[in-house]
Design a protein around this ligand. Structure first.
Ligand code: ATP
Length: 453
C-alpha cells in the first residue's frame, strides 16, 4: 500500500473508532493527555472479547497453566533485582533548537546525521538513558523510602510468586502462569494511536520448564501464538516472524521471536516470545534469598527452572483487530445507486456486538414485542443490540460499522400476520456477504452460538 494510502486508511480507522465509540482520547474535554486512551462502549467489548478468549485458550483449556492477578505496585526491591531500576531505559536525545525530546534510536536521518522530527534541525544532543518506569509514592511521606514504581510489565509478579503458586497449585514442570493486567511506561514519544501508549495492558505467560526443553518450547509457543492470532481473525500471512539474531537479544535470552503485524503505519511488534533461561528466578533467588528452585521427585534433582515468555499487548492486538477488520466497498442498491459501505469485518468471536435485533416498524407493538423477546432469549449468551429507529437498510449499515456479524429483522411474517407458514421465523442478515436467509426463532441461538464461540 502506498504511504499516502496507508496514512489515509489509518486516519479513517481512527475517525471511525471515535465516531462509533471504540476509542476516545483520555480526558478529552481538557485537551487530552499524551499516551493515554479510553475505550468506549464498543471498544471495551472488543478488548474484553480478546482478553477472555486469550484466558480461555491459555488457562481454562489447559491442565498445565494457572492464572494470577498481581498488584500493579510491588516492593521496589523487585525492580532492583530484575534490573529494571538500573537498565529499563530508552536512549533519549534533545533538539538544541526547539528543545523537544525524542527517542534517539527512532530519529530520522539526513546525510547520515539525525535531525529533529519536530523542527528539522540537525542539532541533537548525544543520546542518554531515560528510565521508562513511572514513579509514585506509597504512604504519606514523599521520600526515597516510599518511592514505588507502576509496573512496566506484568511478568515480575509471576516470578516472585513462583514458590507460592508452585506450592498451592501442585503443578509439575513444565507448567505456566498467565496474567492479564495493566502496565505503565513513561514512553518518550507515545505514538501511532494506541500502539505505543504510557498505560497499556499486557497478556503474559511465564512457562517454566527443564533447561533442556527451553528451546523447543520456544518454538512450540511461537506456533501456539500464531494459531491464536489466526483464531481471532489475524491470518499468518499478515504476521512477520522476526527471529532476533545473536547480539540483538537481551543478554540472558537464548532465543527471541518478535511477532510483527503489518499495521498501516508499518510492520511493528505485537508480541515477543522469549526464552529467558533461568535469569529472572535466579536474580530473585540472589536478591531475596528465598528458594525459588524446583525439586523433581522423579529424578531427585533440584534446579532453577528455565522460562519461556510469550508476552502480548492487549491494546496492540486490539489495534491489529481494528486494522484487519476495517474495509470499504462500493455497493449498488436496487435502483442502481452506488455508495461506499464501511464495514468492520471482525471475526464473530471478537465482534463487540454479536447480533442486532430490529422490529421492521417501531409503531407495531406485535413486532416490537417479538423483537424484545428475541433479545431477552439471547442476552445471557452474547452481547446483543436492539434498534428500532430509521429504515432497515440504515440500521444494517450502522451495525456494519460496529462490526456486528449478524442482524435479525422481525417482520409481519414473524408474527403470523401473513399466514401460518412463516410464523415464528425471522430474517437473518449476514454482515460480510449481506445475504439474508429465513430462520426459525427456535434455531437462532444455536446457530449464532456456533459462529461466535
Ligand atoms: P517496543 O519495542 O515496541 O517498545 P518492547 O519490546 O519493549 O516493545 P516488551 O517489553 O516485549 O515490549 O512488552 C511486551 C508487549 O507489551 C509488546 O509486544 C507490546 O505488545 C506491549 N507493549 C509494550 N510497550 C507498549 C506500549 N508502550 N504501548 C502499548 N503496548 C506495549
Amino acid at each position: 500500500m502506498a504511504k499516502d494510502e496507508s496514512a489515509q486508511r489509518m486516519e479513517k480507522i481512527v475517525s471511525l473508532c471515535k465516531r462509533r465509540g471504540f476509542i476516545f482520547q483520555s480526558s478529552e474535554i481538557y485537551g487530552g493527555i499524551n499516551g493515554f486512551w479510553d475505550y468506549g462502549p464498543l471498544g471495551v467489548e472488543l478488548k474484553r472479547n480478546l482478553k477472555d478468549f486469550w484466558w480461555k485458550r491459555n488457562v481454562r483449556e489447559r491442565d498445565d497453566m494457572v492464572g494470577m492477578d498481581g498488584a500493579i505496585i510491588m516492593n521496589r526491591a523487585v525492580w532492583k533485582a530484575s534490573g529494571h531500576e538500573e537498565t529499563f531505559s530508552d536512549p533519549m536525545s534533545d533538539c538544541r533548537v526547539c528543545n523537544t525530546r525524542h527517542r534517539a534510536d527512532q530519529l530520522p536521518e539526513r546525510d547520515g546525521k539525525p535531525y529533529c522530527p519536530h523542527c528539522g534541525a540537525a542539532n541533537m544532543t548525544e543520546p542518554r538513558a531515560f528510565n521508562l518506569m513511572l514513579k509514585s509514592y506509597a504512604g504519606p511521606v514523599e521520600n526515597d523510602d516510599n518511592l514505588v514504581y507502576l509496573r512496566p510489565e506484568t511478568a515480575q509478579a509471576m516470578f516472585v510468586q513462583f514458590r507460592n503458586i508452585l506450592d498451592t497449585s501442585r503443578q509439575k514442570l513444565p507448567f505456566g502462569i498467565a496474567q492479564i493486567g495493566k502496565a505503565f511506561r513513561n514512553e518518550i514519544n507515545p505514538r501511532n494511536y494506541i500502539f505505543r501508549s504510557r498505560e497499556f495492558e499486557q497478556m503474559e505467560i511465564e512457562y517454566f520448564c527443564r533447561p533442556e526443553d527451553g528451546l523447543k518450547l520456544t518454538d512450540y509457543w511461537l506456533e501456539e501464538r500464531l494459531r491464536f492470532y489466526e483464531d481471532i481473525g489475524i491470518p499468518r500471512s499478515k504476521i512477520r516472524i522476526n527471529d532476533i539474531p545473536d547480539g540483538d537479544r537481551a543478554f540472558y535470552s537464548k532465543k527471541t521471536y518478535d511477532l510483527e503485524y503489518e499495521f498501516p503505519f508499518g510492520v511493528s511488534e505485537l508480541e515477543g516470545v522469549a526464552y529467558r533461561t533461568d535469569y529472572d528466578l535466579s536474580k530473585h533467588i540472589e536478591h531475596s534469598g528465598k528458594p525459588l528452585d524446583y525439586y523433581d521427585e522423579v529424578t531427585k534433582e533440584r534446579f532453577v527452572p528455565h522460562v519461556v515468555e510469550p508476552s502480548a499487548g492487549a491494546d496492540r492486538t486490539a489495534l491489529a483487530l481494528l486494522c484487519e477488520a476495517f474495509d470499504e466497498e462500493t455497493v449498488t442498491d436496487d435502483k442502481g445507486k452506488s455508495e461506499i459501505r464501511t464495514v468492520m469485518r471482525f471475526h464473530p468471536r471478537m465482534a463487540p456486538i454479536k447480533c442486532g435485533v430490529f422490529p421492521l416498524l417501531k409503531n407495531k407493538p406485535a413486532l416490537v414485542e417479538a423483537a424484545r423477546s428475541i433479545i431477552a432469549s439471547l442476552r445471557a449468551d452474547m452481547n446483543v443490540f436492539y434498534d428500532e429507529s430509521g429504515a432497515i437498510g440504515r440500521r444494517y449499515r450502522r451495525q456494519d460499522e460496529a462490526g456486528t456479524p449478524f442482524c435479525v429483522t422481525v417482520d409481519f411474517d414473524t408474527v403470523g400476520e401473513n399466514g401460518p407458514e412463516k410464523a415464528g421465523t425471522v430474517t437473518l442478515r449476514h454482515r460480510d456477504s449481506m445475504l439474508q436467509e429465513r430462520v426459525a426463532i427456535t434455531d437462532l441461538k444455536a446457530l449464532l452460538l456456533e459462529k461466535i464461540r
